[in-house]
Design a binder for this molecule. Structure first.
Ligand SMILES: [Zn+2]
Length: 271
């Protein structure tokens, strides 16, 4: 599943190709499950820039319109100077940028992604469902202390997956963040000290920096970036699907299931 680093990578690859004037939109026969508005009137709009909030892509169009694109389990955007013919291309924006014809395709084999066409106000309303983006200054010690007060009984690892509190975190990131912070994934919020929360912030930064520098993380058959390439982030993993802890280099990694999701930790490094 694309998490913050993967979405950031795709966003960074799309950015130099904007602005893009959309001349035609091609939707696949089964795109309804993704494109939530029956009317997707993008023709003649200009996509001026793209940003990311959590795992969500935000395309800024002229006339104060927006496209919100959630990538779900297997979504990705592709960029190309030629029409995109790849299987599972459900939305294709055919247009023109400063270099000529240009194509932006949304590819999603499992079709859990979603896409909305909004005006500024509706977008703002929609985005209120997201908590602090963990790559931005809004994710800080005060924020975590406040969450500890509000949600003392939450178990940290599954809690990290809740987008209304930790926008951008997914399953591999959550295990890696706990590992690098030295926190057992089963700890409740109320047991985390100020020092633990500081370490969690630091760990988040390390995980994000390393993974974004690696172009995201691709697991078997998974994520591809906007050029169709895989990310090299697996080399950074210290516990997620690892046998030996990548921090102490000697302890066997334990696996457990929390809230239905595979969770990995080092019993020596994480207390
Ligand atoms: Zn260890």
């Amino acid at each position: 599943m694309p998490e913050l680093p993967e979405v950031e990578t795709i966003k960074n690859q799309i950015t130099p190709n904007l602005p893009l004037k959309v001349k035609r939109v091609i939707l696949s026969d089964v795109s309804d499950s993704i494109v939530k508005d029956k009317d997707f009137p993008l023709k003649n709009f200009v996509i001026e820039r793209v940003e990311r909030q959590g795992k969500v892509m935000r395309f800024f169009l002229d006339k104060n319109r927006r496209i919100i694109s959630g990538l779900g389990m297997s979504g990705s955007w592709r960029i190309s100077h030629l029409p995109i013919t790849e299987k599972h291309t459900h939305v294709q924006l055919c247009g023109e940028n400063k270099e000529g014809d240009f194509f932006l395709g949304y590819i999603d084999p499992r079709r859990f992604g979603n896409m909305h066409f909004f005006n500024e106000e509706n977008e703002k309303k929609w985005l209120t469902r997201l908590g602090a983006d963990v790559s931005k200054p809004e994710f800080n010690l005060e924020y975590l202390i406040e969450l500890k007060k509000k949600r003392p009984n939450k178990v940290i690892k599954p809690f990290l997956l809740e987008q209304n509190f930790f926008a951008g975190v997914g399953n591999y990131m959550a295990s890696e963040m706990c590992a690098r912070a030295g926190i057992r994934p089963t700890r409740r919020m109320k047991t985390l000290t100020r020092k633990d929360l500081e370490k969690l912030l630091e760990a988040t930064k390390v995980v994000l920096d390393q993974t974004i520098n690696s172009g995201g993380t691709t697991f078997s058959g998974g994520y591809q970036d906007a050029n169709g390439n895989k990310g090299k982030g697996v080399t950074n993993l210290v516990v997620f699907h690892q046998e030996t802890c990548g921090l102490c280099l000697e302890t066997e990694v334990k696996r457990l299931v929390l809230a239905g999701r595979g969770t990995f930790y080092c019993p020596k490094c994480q207390k």
